[in-house]
Design a binder for this molecule. Structure first.
Ligand SMILES: Cc1cc2nc3c(=O)[nH]c(=O)nc-3n(C[C@H](O)[C@H](O)[C@H](O)COP(=O)(O)OP(=O)(O)OC[C@H]3O[C@@H](n4cnc5c(N)ncnc54)[C@H](O)[C@@H]3O)c2cc1C
Length: 408
């Protein structure tokens, strides 16, 4: 049996290996000149492989039961075992994020490349796949090009692991979605996800370049749409970092100008803040020195100016209204949302083929037997922290095993 895997990213590499280990003839197509280009930039070059908190509820996926089924077949321990088998032992950070022991995304790619060679996979880099057609004998014809030359080759099974539209410079541009559509699949509009959020930072603009651990929420009118917590950085155009990226896929679902982002700067130390306030409310400590216990001086002066509080005022002299205004700014700053940064700057894309159109045990298309879809070609978004690579590797591995075992 001959299997074509299209796309040598995280998902396609896992699919190709599992299929080859299950004894079939595998050809892996990749239009870049090298495999795993996107892997090189993951986790800032360290490749955050998976996370102890991987579970169905963590993913934005239309059918949580679908995701549970998939994760029950390929959870964290199964993925770590597979990675260790090809020479990628992992280490875990205190907060449960897994990285290769080497701490290098390049070593992950080296290990996959070596394993692919050992498994006898035919690797065709520099080949752009432009068409997939169902043959009369139930197999598939793949149309691909190398430079100016066009080719056609027949396969019994095809695994499409071509990714979504995020970070197009590294190879995934969504160019096989029209092909999948023509074959009968629905393709939901691709939208940036895990993207920086464009907001007007208003009176907090001087915080540009400063990082915080905060709780954030997206609101429309009085209704909260999503919330998360983590690290973020103020930038010239808005906010970046997990505390906004993890909720950014909600932004593009709403018309521009209708959302507001709220931020709680006290979320990570509210008890200490309250205790310190009670201890000093009637004393001679100034507002500036009080805030100085929690924030850097540049941040303190920005907060005081934004809340119109004189830094030299002692806490005992501060009236309740001024104190309330200051605390409101610290735990409920609100920013009008203008949108998100585009595909060039986002880590994944939402949209693509709905998960309901593939079987979660095998990733086989429910419409076209013998066709498998994996990774970011499917409409699944995980938060920062290794969730997206887990899904890419996991869905690829399951598809590879299933495609190889399915009888021709
Ligand atoms: C900056 C950045 C940092 C990230 N960090 C992390 C992280 O630390 N942890 C994490 O979990 N996730 C991270 N992600 C997300 C993660 O990289 C993706 O979820 C994952 O790579 C998706 O894998 P995939 O195989 O589905 O798609 P891709 O990795 O996009 O692979 C698709 C492959 O298919 C090839 N291809 C596309 N079309 C064709 C065609 N027509 N013919 C031939 N080949 C084709 C592409 O060149 C590409 O190599 C990050 C993403 C970015 C951009």
């Amino acid at each position: 049996m001959k299997i074509a895997v299209i796309g040598a990213g995280a998902s396609g590499l896992a699919a190709a290996l599992q299929a080859a280990w299950n004894g079939v003839n595998v050809t892996l197509f990749e239009h870049n000149d090298t495999i795993g280009r996107k892997l090189t930039v993951t986790g800032s070059g360290h490749c955050n492989l998976t996370n102890d908190s991987v579970d169905a509820a963590s993913y934005a996926c239309a059918d949580p039961k679908w995701m549970s089924t998939l994760l029950s077949r390929l959870g964290v321990s199964e993925l770590l075992e597979m990675l260790a088998k090809i020479g990628i032992p992992a280490r875990k950070t205190e907060d449960g994020w897994y990285y290769p022991l080497s701490n290098s995304a390049h070593s992950v790619i080296q290990a996959f490349a070596y394993a692919a060679g050992q498994a006898g996979i035919t690797l065709l880099t520099g080949r752009h796949v432009s068409g997939i057609a169902v043959n009369k004998n139930n197999g598939f014809a793949i149309r691909f090009s190398q430079g100016e030359k066009e080719f056609k080759a027949d396969f019994d099974r095809v695994i499409v692991s071509t990714g979504g539209c995020a970070y197009p410079s590294l190879g995934s541009r969504g160019d096989l979605f029209p092909v999948l559509q023509k074959m009968g699949h629905d393709v939901l509009e691709n939208r940036p996800a895990l993207a920086p959020i464009l907001v007007d930072t208003g009176s907090l603009k001087p915080l540009q370049g400063m990082r915080f651990d905060v709780k954030t929420a997206l609101r429309k009118g009085g209704t909260m749409i999503a919330e998360t917590s983590g690290n973020l950085i103020f930038t010239e155009w808005g906010l970046n970092g997990p505390a906004v990226m993890d909720i950014s896929h909600h932004v593009t679902r709403h018309p521009a100008g209708t959302l507001e982002l709220s931020m709680d700067f006290l979320a990570f130390f509210r008890d200490e803040f309250n205790r310190f306030l009670v201890a000093n409310r009637n004393g001679s400590m100034t507002a500036a020195i009080f805030l100085n216990a929690f924030f850097a001086p540049k941040v303190v002066s920005t907060f005081l100016r934004a809340a119109r509080v004189e830094g030299e005022t002692t806490l005992s002299r501060m009236d309740n209204q001024s104190l309330d205004d200051l605390i409101d700014l610290l735990q409920n700053s609100r920013f009008p949302v203008k949108g998100v940064r585009d595909f060039t700057y986002c880590q994944v894309s939402a949209g693509g083929v709905p998960v309901t159109e593939v079987d979660p045990d095998t990733l086989e298309s429910r419409q076209i037997k013998g066709l498998y879809l994996t990774g970011e070609t499917l409409d699944v978004v995980g938060p920062c922290g290794g969730f997206n690579l887990h899904f890419a590797f996991g869905s690829g591995a399951l598809a590879g095993m299933a495609a190889a075992r399915r009888r021709v």
